[in-house]
Design a protein around this ligand. Structure first.
Ligand code: ADP
Ligand code: MG
Length: 877
């Protein structure tokens, strides 16, 4: 391990040395670029583009391009890229991760590779963690790009119904009236084509936006009915800011576009009621490590009795297969009751249950827990249950970002996760030295016996520092704990600000002032990422002298002090918090507190730490401050990191199965939309369908009696009539003399003839439209069902994992079978619909009525495929 680490450090050193020569090249160009007029500097872009066309490579142009960007930055926003920033920029161009500490100016770094790569004429994306930063960075860096003649845009998530795809272009001739976003011009769009705004934003050379918006736009582009509605260009180059947060933390929940489905909400309420009567340890047990809850024998009996009383049990045994649907409700209700806590895992806001990101404390609007868990929590909180949804399109961030031709990332904290970046994304981490040496003091952990004593000690330290007027930033792991600490501070008479996911909008402003004298700021994890803390506060709106005086005072006091009230699950998140202090060579310090009651200690390192504490002979109020204990803490974090990595790896392995399906289906859709000739394709589907009907009815049937043959033949004709109206010239007795092969031929010939007839009736153009619409409609509907079915399969496999086989192996095998079935269904449904379409009735925008998978279709019900026949005569045969 150590050897591996050492070689990593060595290779990092070598890499940096190599890059230094490039930096020297860029620096030597500086005098020449300084001499250029603004117009000449602007003209460099066209020159570079022309040289690229003539065969020069981006790598060859890099030194000059970077010199141009640096010059533009000097002239516009008055910042000159530091040498280490140039190094970072090269690393990003090479498709790697640049680890650069907070406050090192990553926003400015990204301008270098974005400009260079945009020269190729393919759009470049800069991915941010939230909408605010997408706008801020676009607006802030806009002048640099503009001076070089490059266009830049920002996209943000829907705020209001009437502008579903907000998009902005940086335009110095525009004045929005809002000083903060003065030059961000909202992109106008025609009345009923809002996505047009998005398309224009993607046409820009450089587009800033969140991971969610980029991902959703990709999914939506694959749901359109007309290519002109697509908004993205091919995915070429992306730089992901706060890359660990986006590619690791956020990557645990996939993006899902879903539609509402019918469902039984009452059951959720019933089950929420039932499980609330169960008690921990007697009726159910909790496994902290895996975050699961299980019923005990006693609990099971209790629930069975309750369900019987409610008249819900179909079979007396709860785990009888016929009670399958009930057990799903039960499991999610129990989970919601036993494991998910309000204000920690989720908040209730305006009657909605909103997930709180475990690591960042941010509210994840619009995201829902899957597997009915969200509904179960809604039932537990007695708010309105949002309707269960059908997955219409979904993708993991892992698979979305892997589609870019080139991917790069930057963050203050990547090295601890280097293995995951390498394995999942093939991204290497290069640690870039800071511009000025880091002089932050990191004090050892203080470990207390219980939480209460710990927080008392935390408050004591804050009080001491506050008396000196030194600014303190305190990180907690949940909203609940932030509020607890806030109460404590109030009781101690310490004025402070609380930042948590509830005050998302204001957090940027507050955090910008967290470095002022006497500032005490409590934040859930590192809420406020992306905004950097300047000692003495934000200089804007104050006189230079006034700010300087305050700045100097804070520096004298020792700079910003960080208090971690509990270790996070990953070391990386601790480092994010620490990294708020000591930026750009500032003085600063940090300390973490811990107690035996902390989750991270209980989960993994509990006994070890306890042992150490006993050994140290500690009592209630004296903490231990010992390297062994700190090490035990780190160990337990490493274990937790590994555990989460495994979960994400699993998610990807499972998504990879669906991903191969998605690739096939999306490629097929693209072909259809780009006007591929579908006629031949559809006719061959009809032929195959006829062939299989003949095979099913006639082949291998040794007829004892003539009536049997007759009845089979008329059965066949009845089958065929589900494809097209049975031709009058075909009567079962007329066919009896023919061989199977001849019958097939006769039927196919007729099918082709009828097809031409239809084509003449509708006109060839309309027929082409009809073909396209039928294909799309069938594919979309069945694809949605497939996604939902795959999701159920995945969940079901967890329940079946008791057997000998690896769940993933089973999933792959059965998933493959599902996919084969999907392709067969597409053929079946297309063949059964194509002769029935009337062009006027086929409105493209009409929502397809999704058939929820798992819903039972009665034998005599109309067939869900839409053929109009009874299920038993159609797909249910
Ligand atoms: P990071 O994203 O790395 O935490 P930011 O991009 O938010 O850092 O920048 C932090 C601060 O440093 C900003 O106030 C920015 O203006 C300043 N800064 C960055 N680069 C330079 C530079 N080359 N010269 C002067 N100031 C810079
Ligand atoms: Mg940043």
């Amino acid at each position: 391990m150590l050897k591996w680490l050492n070689s990593l450090i060595d290779s990092n050193e070598r890499e940096l040395k190599r890059l230094q020569t490039l930096v020297d090249d860029i620096n030597s160009l500086e005098p020449d670029f300084e001499k250029l007029s603004d117009a000449e500097l602007r003209a460099k872009t066209d020159e570079f583009k022309a040289r690229l066309k003539d065969g020069e490579s981006l790598d060859e142009i890099l030194p000059e391009a970077y010199a141009a960007v640096r010059e533009a930055a000097k002239r516009t926003i008055r910042q000159r890229h530091f040498d280490v920033q140039l190094i970072g920029g090269i690393v990003l161009h090479q498709g790697q991760i640049a680890e650069m500490k907070t406050g090192e100016g990553k926003t400015l770094v990204a301008t270098l590779p974005l400009y260079l790569n945009a020269l190729s004429g393919q759009g470049c994306h800069l991915v941010t963690v939230n909408d605010y930063l997408a706008k801020r960075d676009c607006h802030w860096m806009g002048p640099i790009y503009h001076a070089l003649g490059m266009s830049v845009a920002a996209i943000t998530a829907m705020q209001t119904q009437d502008n579903p795809f907000p998009s902005y272009i940086y335009d110095p001739d525009f004045d929005s009236g809002d000083a903060k976003w003065k030059y961000l011009r909202p992109v106008a769009y025609p009345p009923n084509r809002p996505q047009e705004a998005r398309r224009q934003a993607y046409e820009a050379d450089i587009t800033y936006g969140t991971n969610n918006e980029f991902g959703f736009d990709y999914l939506r582009d694959n749901m359109v009915w007309d290519l002109s509605q697509c908004v993205q260009r091919p995915l070429s180059y992306a730089i992901v800011d706060e890359v660990d947060n986006i590619l690791i933390d956020e990557a645990r929940t996939p993006l899902i576009i879903s539609g509402a489905a019918e469902e039984a909400t009452k059951k959720y309420y019933t089950f929420a009621q039932l499980v609330s009567r169960l008690s921990k340890d007697t009726d159910y047990t909790i496994d902290e490590r895996t975050r699961t809850a299980n019923l005990t024998e006693i609990g099971m009996n209790k629930i069975e009795k309750m369900l019987k009383r409610e008249g819900l049990l179909k079979a007396p045994e709860l785990y009888d297969p016929s009670n399958y649907f009930l057990t799903q409700y039960l499991e999610s209700a129990l989970k919601a009751h036993a494991l998910f806590r309000r204000d920690k895992d989720y908040v209730v806001k305006d009657g909605q249950v909103i997930i709180v990101d475990e690591f960042t404390g941010r509210l994840m609007f619009g995201r829902r827990y899957s597997e009915g868990l969200h509904q179960a929590i809604e039932a537990k909180e007695r708010v309105k249950i949002q309707r269960e949804s059908v997955t219409m399109a979904t993708i993991t961030f892992q698979n979305y970002f892997r589609m870019y031709q080139k991917l790069a990332g930057m963050t203050g904290t990547a090295a601890t996760e280097a293995e995951e970046f390498h394995k999942i994304y093939k991204l290497e981490v290069v640690v870039i030295p800071t511009n000025k040496p880091l002089i932050r003091t990191e004090y050892p952990d203080q470990i207390y016996k219980d939480e209460k004593t710990k927080f008392t000690a935390v408050a004591r330290e804050i009080k001491q520092l506050n008396d000196q007027k030194r600014p303190v930033l305190i990180g907690t792991t949940s909203i609940e704990k932030s509020e607890y600490l806030s109460d404590l501070l109030k009781r101690n008479g310490i004025p402070h600000q609380v930042l948590n996911a509830k005050h998302h909008e204001k957090e940027a402003v507050i955090i910008a002032q967290a470095g002022r004298l006497e500032a005490v700021t409590v934040a859930t994890n590192m809420a406020g990422r992306g905004v950097d803390i300047i000692l003495g506060g934000n200089p804007e709106g104050r006189s230079e002298a006034e700010w300087q005086e305050e700045h100097n005072k804070v520096v004298e006091l020792g700079g910003l002090h960080i208090v971690g009230t509990e270790h996070h699950e990953a070391r990386r998140i601790d480092n994010q918090l620490r990294g708020r202090s000591g930026r750009q060579g500032d003085p600063g310090s940090s300390r973490f507190y811990a107690s035996l009651e902390d989750e991270i200690v209980r989960r993994f390192g509990g006994n070890r730490v306890k042992g150490i504490m006993q050994w140290a002979g500690m009592d209630e109020n004296t903490p231990i401050e010992h390297s062994i204990a700190t090490k035990a803490m780190t160990n337990s974090q490493v274990q937790t990191e590994g555990y989460h990595f495994n979960i994400r790896k699993h998610l990807v392995e499972y998504d990879d199965v669906v991903n191969t399906h998605r690739e096939v289906i999306y490629a097929e859709r693209k072909k259809i939309l780009s006007g591929a000739d579908l006629k031949a394709n559809i006719i061959s589907m009809v032929q195959d369908e006829i062939q299989s009907l003949v095979a099913k009815r006639l082949s291998n049937a040794g007829y004892e009696r003539e009536e049997d043959k007759q009845s089979n033949l008329s059965g066949l004709l009845e089958d065929v009539s589900t494809i097209f109206p049975s031709p009058p010239q075909f009567r079962s007795d007329g066919l009896s003399e023919l061989s199977d092969k001849q019958i097939t031929e006769k039927l196919t010939d007729y099918a082709i003839e009828l097809y031409s007839q239809r084509e003449q009736e509708l006109g060839p153009d309309n027929m082409r439209i009809a073909e396209r619409l039928v294909m799309l409609r069938v594919i979309d509907r069945l694809w949605m069902e497939h996604l939902t079915a795959m999701e159920h399969l995945r969940q079901g496999i967890g329940l079946r994992a008791v057997g000998q086989e690896q769940p993933l192996v089973v999933y792959k095998r059965e998933g493959h079978a599902y996919f084969e079935a999907l392709l067969a269904s597409i053929q079946h449904d297309v063949a059964h619909t194509i002769y029935r379409v009337g062009i006027a009735k086929e409105a493209p925008q009409k929502k397809k009525e999704a058939v929820p998978v798992g819903k039972k279709v009665g034998r005599n019900d109309p067939c869900p495929c839409g053929s109009g026949k009874k299920y038993k005569h159609c797909c249910g045969k």
